[in-house]
Design a protein around this ligand. Structure first.
Ligand code: FE2
Ligand code: FE2
Length: 169
């Protein structure tokens, strides 16, 4: 088994939608890695490395993506594309549901770095997280991200600047 191909950075398309879709590719990859980490047998060093990577991704990178959507995207879409308001409300509720699952997984990933046998305890939550994220990302890609095209150009530029700034700090 190799975890090496999971979690790689995809090519970046420097538009708000392109950056957010790149994030989605990484979210799918790390959600898959979280399940494989719990399911597969691998050398302890490889399991510890995978646990460190999912821990880092879901505690550091995912919150930036959620901030992109809730702070940069949602307020502008509510103003300029109010018909997606319901989808935005669902999106934000689902973010909170992901946080609840991650509240179990994050300390478990931390613990299994020193005791890889604990990884089996993360399987149910990892599968639940992957399943919820699949539904969530698909809905965003179907309804929310296409609405960015309806924003005035200066609003799209402001989103791009905020996304970049969030990663530069
Ligand atoms: Fe989201
Ligand atoms: Fe998203």
């Amino acid at each position: 088994m190799s975890f090496v191909h999971l979690g790689r950075k995809p090519a970046t398309d420097e538009t708000p939608s392109g950056l957010l879709l790149d994030c989605h590719a990484r979210i799918r990859s790390f959600a898959q890695l979280a399940v494989r980490l719990a399911e597969d047998d691998a050398p302890n060093a490889e399991l510890a490395d995978a646990a460190a990577r999912v821990h880092r991704y879901f505690t550091q990178a995912l919150p930036l993506h959620v901030a992109d959507e809730e702070q940069s995207l949602a307020p502008r879409l509510r103003r300029f594309a109010p018909d997606v308001g319901e989808a935005l409300a669902t999106m934000e509720l689902e973010h909170r549901a992901h946080d609840e699952i991650l509240a179990n997984l994050v300390p478990a990933w931390d613990a299994l770095r020193s005791d890889p046998s604990l990884r089996r305890d993360t399987l149910d939550d990892a599968r639940r997280l992957r399943s919820q994220l699949e539904t969530h990302l698909a809905a965003e890609e179907r309804v929310v991200l296409p609405a960015i095209a309806r924003l005035p150009a200066e609003e799209a530029r402001a989103i791009l600047a905020e996304l970049r700034a969030r990663r530069a700090t």
